[in-house]
Each structure stands twice: as structure tokens, then as C-alpha cells.
Design a binder for this molecule. Sequence first.
Ligand code: NAP
Length: 286
Amino acid sequence: MKVGFIGLGQMGRAMAGNLVKAGHEVTVWNRSPGRDEALVAAGAKRAATPAEAAQGDVVMTMLADDKAVEGVVFGENGIADAPALHVGHSTISPALADRLTQAHGGAYVSAPVFGRPPAAEAAKLFVAAAGPEEHLQRCAPLFEAIGQRVFPLGDKPSAANVVKISGNFMIMAAVESLAEAMALAEKSGVERAQLLEVLTGTIFGAPVYANYGAMLVEDRFKPAGFAAPLGLKDMTLVADAAAKARVPMPVLGVVRDHLLDAIANEGEDVDWAGVALAVRRGAGIR
Ligand code: NAP
């Protein structure tokens, strides 16, 4: 298939690479130059503008936030009127997904992903996909090239964005609770690693506890696999959606403040798991 790929950050580079490996004709575009070199060496074409990358069958976007997606779609040389079906993988607001659906005359699929850069490299992402059935079917071979499983969520694209931001809220809540339990254990003379071994070996066997727990035990907060400012962006998307839907989410306030604490104290380049450092500071550890 002729696929455009826009946004070659930590996630996009890996996803586009897997599309090339799967034999698709991939044309890439990124705002800053230089990030496409390995992809071009592997056989991808370089586009001069976003619109040029969107002349094939499908164009995928994997950009930082709402503002970046708006620029690439509605800005100069944007993809709003390009012929390719737009598949949005970025974590953006459900409201922007609704606007994109309208602007593309229905030719839009939201397909945000679960999984960090190593999962993207290994083509092991989970894809939450929503949009008209015919478009989802068209995308199936592309999703297969980047992920291990697709979760179809109906024909309204923004439903996938609601699922994605809800999931990210739960990741942050899990990391927060794990960090609080670890601080309690540590100050009581129990090693973090021991606590994690018991929890993940009994009733907390989910990947989120195992993977983030290992980061917390080993103090792996830099370089960031998922930078805290992007996590903060996601928690703000949750807050906006919750306010609109009139859903109180008190835990959200706690994790959002701890993300701000982590960014303020550790820098913009800390991983979002750095909320654990805010928790530790609060407990007088370090
Ligand atoms: P990243 O490494 O920071 O890459 C961000 C990408 O967006 C880069 O290509 C960047 O271009 C581009 N961009 C930023 N602002 C732009 C603008 N105004 N105009 C055009 N392009 C712009 O981020 P990432 O980790 O790949 O994440 C990408 C998306 O996936 C985000 O929505 C994130 O929330 C989501 N996500 C991330 C993870 C993860 O673990 N990392 C997992 C699931 C979902 P430049 O190269 O020019 O800066």
C-alpha cells in the first residue's frame, strides 16, 4: 500500500520503520530535518511537505499533541484536502478527533496506540481503532505491521481517543499508587524490589505494574521513553474531557500535580514515571 507517515519522533520512527519492513511504499515527513535518515536508507521516500506525504492510499500521523496535528492538517501545505485516508495515531483530544472527522468528510480513523518505544520497535503495539468499518478494514494490513492486536471501537473515531486517554490516566494512577506503596515499604525497611516481587507475583501481575515497577526499582527516569510533558498533556486532555462530561476525577488532580512537581524538579526530559520522584520527595526519601 502507498502510505504516508508524518511525525518521526520516538514512536513514529519505529512505526514507519515497521511499515517499510512489511513491504509498504512509505513516504515520510517530519518538521525537523534529519530524523528520517535511517528510514530513507531503508527505502522510504522523503516528502517536502505534509501534503506531499498524503497523496497515496493512507496517511498516518504520529505527532506530539493537538497543536501539532492541527498545524499538519490545517496549516500551510496541510493534509486536510489530500486524497489519502487520514489515520491519526497521536494521543489527542476527542474534540479534535471530532473536528478532523468533519474536516475530512468522514475519511478519518482514530487509532491511538498503547505501548512505549520498545513495543513500537518490536511491532507489538496495541491499536485502539475507531472509524467507518470500510476504512478500518482498509487499514488492517497496516495495523498488523505495527501492532500485536487491534481493538475495534465502532464507527465514531473519537471513541478511540476517549479509550486512550482513559488508559493513560489509569497508567498514571497505577504508577502513583505503586510509588506511594514503595515509599511506605522503603521507609519501613522493606526494599522496593522485594515489594514489587511479591505484588507482581501475586495479584498485581499486570504488565503496567511489572514494567513501571522495574523502572521505579532501578531508578530509570532518564532518558525518557515517554516524556513527562507529554504525560502532562494527556492528563490535561483527561481533565478537559471529564469537565465536559461532568465526571469528578479526584485522583487525576493528584497525578497531575505530581507530574508538574517531577517536571519542575527534574526537568522537561524526565520520564512520566518520574511522578515517583515527587512521591519520594514528599516522604522525605532521597
Ligand atoms: P516525540 O518523540 O516527542 O515526537 C513528537 C513528534 O511530533 C516529532 O516528530 C515532532 O517533530 C512532532 N511535532 C511536535 N510539535 C510539532 C508541530 N508543532 N508541528 C509538527 N510536528 C510537531 O513523541 P512520541 O513519544 O513519539 O509521541 C508521539 C505521540 O504518541 C504523542 O501524542 C504521545 O502522547 C503518543 N504516545 C507516546 C508513547 C510513548 O511511550 N512515547 C506511547 C503511546 C502514545 P520534531 O522532530 O520536529 O520535534
